[in-house]
Design a binder for this molecule. Sequence first.
Ligand code: G6P
Ligand code: MN
Length: 423
Amino acid sequence: MRIAIVGAGSGYMPGIVRGLLHRADDLAGTELACYDIDAAHLDVMTRLARNMFAARGAAITVSSHTVLKAALDGASYVFTTFRPGGLAARHLDESIPLKHGVVGQETAGPGGFLMALRSVPVLLDIAAEADPGAWIVNYTNPTNVVTDAVARHTDARIIGLCDQYIGDTEMWAELLGLPSDGLEADWIGLNHATWAQRLRLDGRELDVPLLLDDLKVPGGGATPWRDPSRMAELAKTLGFLPNSYAKYYFFHDEVVEEMRAKGTTRAQDILAMLPGYYEQVATEADKADPDPSRERGGGEHGEFAVDVICALHRDEGRRMIVNTRNNGAIPSLDADAIVEVPSLVGRSGPVPLTMGPLPGPVRGLTQAIHAYERLASEAAVTGDRRTALQALMAHPFVRSKHTAEKILDEGLAAHRDHLPQFR
Ligand code: G6P
Ligand code: MN
């Protein structure tokens, strides 16, 4: 079997190699076809992968490619994990909305919209060049918009991934004083906009409202990914568990103030740490038993993606939360919507499990986000300016037509080189 990795020079690659190692027995005989446009980063990561596989006796070979088609040919799985325009483009996505009083975030809101405009054309190319029948296993953000565009406009098979729910479930275990081993939450909704009303520990249903009554809202503890204090505050009012991106919707104006006061974007913070990170990885890459930094993608990120590939390949029918076509699993959203929902993942792809309606307090919000996502996907495919404007106006962060116009004009100009569909 051949697995292509598009974006193999990514800082997340050490975690992906660790993920492959954790399923090395199931993947024996696999060839990893690594592709990136950054030849230097690709070189570091392929050396690292070879040496890590050799050190652990894993029967996985590694090839290195700077021509996309050469990596895709013969690949049954195309794992996409890249950021078009890199962190410099992410900085623009995060800073342009903020200038206009809107949260500047990589995936949520207008920042995610601008990223979608760059990601979608690249994914459509990959879908066109991949072997017929290959699975695109996609981490490229915004994962749900990308998945929607590929599912709607190509014949390729695609499954959209996000590992957020794993860390969110762990955060909730800690907040609720529960063990995280054996804790399972039914996160449903849209990527980075999911909600959980049902929680099980070792298969036993828990009383979520009762747990939330007893929950004490902690102070502080926020990381770039999670803000437990705000999540706890929200949950006590909503009566169910919000995903960690909910703070951007329900504390929008406070978050704008905080982002402005902070003075640097997340992209700038990452850019500042990356040279040291790659240096560490490069040094480890040549060692007999490399131990690369876990600073980027050090959690479940890699293992989750590899588990999805194994579930597809080995027809495991494993229960995982992925982005796929709704087909009635969540009746509050269109049947052809790409939703994030518990699914059984086997050879024929994810089969979403029937979950029932979205909880009332966030039903309208989630439907609005879906309306935005459909328009964003359409605009990213067609390059139609009017559709793009409609998308931004549909987003709950924006609404204002003039704000939407300013963000769109600035965004299209700033990212011109990455937006062939708008030329
Ligand atoms: C989480 C999200 C990803 C996102 C990442 C950003 O893992 O689920 O979709 O890309 O955070 O993390 P970063 O460290 O790049 O800010
Ligand atoms: Mn994500």
